[in-house]
Ligand binder design. Structure first.
Ligand SMILES: N[C@@H](CCC(=O)N[C@@H](CS)C(=O)NCC(=O)O)C(=O)O
Length: 212
């Protein structure tokens, strides 16, 4: 019997969430190894010494340890809803999210570690990003048109994390399109399916996934 693909993952990590969403969408079965980040297993670090999740070890033994690479690998196998359409626009949105917005999100979420500004000043720095997203989502249902795209899925876990820092404040913002889009993904089958809780690999468990 073939070895399964193996995914080292952490349930709440936004990078791992987007990778799992693409793997789920592509219908790729694998062995899921759910971790605690404080106690990374040696076998994962042997394959990927940088020590971040997600890490995918393919059946062929290739190591893919960047979430975007996992997403593209999965969707290149199977992309039933054409999430890989408009690749250059998608990659612009994703790189702005990862390079510009994500560091601002971290400063807002962990404002106590960045005392050079107050929490609300850190949050103010994110407002241009939301203005841009709101305007884009006012033109069509999803970021790049009326159908979901890899850009939506790559950004969504970070917008989710941001929204839940202070959900009452977020819900109060004049961002109806972003709120609509976020709610769509929060209720989606693909997101709910990848957020199930599994026993930890650190305790000796791994899970056949997806577990329907
Ligand atoms: N560029 C990486 C970033 C992954 C990343 O930073 N993951 C975080 C968890 S959300 C991590 O594993 N951090 C290591 C740690 O906290 O020890 C990717 O896209 O996969």
């Amino acid at each position: 019997m073939n070895n399964p693909h193996i995914l080292y993952s952490f349930r709440r990590c936004p990078y791992a969430i987007r990778a799992r969403m693409a793997l789920y969408q592509a219908g790729i079965p694998l062995e899921l190894r759910e971790l605690v980040l404080k106690d990374k297993p040696k076998d994962m670090l042997t394959h990927s010494p940088k020590g971040t999740v997600p890490v995918l070890i393919t059946q062929q033994g290739d190591v893919i340890d960047e979430s975007l690479d996992v997403m593209y690998w999965a969707l290149q196998h199977q992309d039933p809803d054409h999430w890989l359409a408009s690749p250059s626009d998608a990659s612009e949105w994703i790189s702005e999210n990862d390079q510009v917005f994500k560091p601002l999100l971290d400063k807002y979420k962990y404002a106590d570690r960045h005392p050079e500004l107050s929490e609300s000043e850190h949050r103010d720095n994110t407002l241009p990003w939301f203005k841009k997203l709101e305007s884009q989502l006012g033109q069509h249902d999803f970021i790049l048109g009326d159908a979901p795209n890899v850009a939506d899925v790559a950004l969504f876990p970070f917008i989710r994390q941001y929204a839940f820092v202070d959900k009452a404040w977020f819900d109060d913002q004049p961002w109806p399109q972003v709120q609509r889009w976020l709610n769509h993904w929060l209720k989606s089958q693909v997101f709910l399916s990848v957020m199930k809780k599994y026993p930890l690999y650190n305790d000796g468990h791994s899970t056949k996934w997806p577990h329907k």
